[in-house]
Design a protein around this ligand. Sequence first.
Ligand code: ZN
Ligand code: ZN
Length: 162
Amino acid sequence: MTANDVFPIEGGCTCRAVRYRMMTKPLFVHCCHCRWCQRETGASFALNAMIEADRVILQKGEPEIVDTPSNSGKGQKIARCPSCRIALWSNYGGAGDAVRFVRVGTLDEPDRLPPDIHIFTSSRQPWIVLPPDTPAVAEYYRSADYWPKESLDRRARLPSAR
Ligand SMILES: [Zn+2]
Ligand SMILES: [Zn+2]
């Protein structure tokens, strides 16, 4: 077992009013290069760890949920600190409330969760050099093609799974 297998790990907002604990490793980590994520982060991509909502335990504070448009058109609910407004995670229309997309940069040790896949690379900023050993797709992908079996099994157990 390496350090990267040790959970829970902790995270929170900048003012420390909201603190949370991620109880297990996530299902999958997206590095999304779509223009929407670029605008939301004010940078070049978003790094989101997808995990079952009940595996993210609040330790302090209560995020405020902000309805925000999304690339899919189905919208997303962004959980933000009510005081410093940092975004901690999103729930997307497609995946429902059962899966949170935790913003990896809000973890105390964000280095622990590198991307499992780069998505929407067709709109990546041209100076970004993608690592050769991580899967990358021009737009989106089928989870069955890339997720480890353990994650697919976990997702199948979700109440919203079809
Ligand atoms: Zn805060
Ligand atoms: Zn995106």
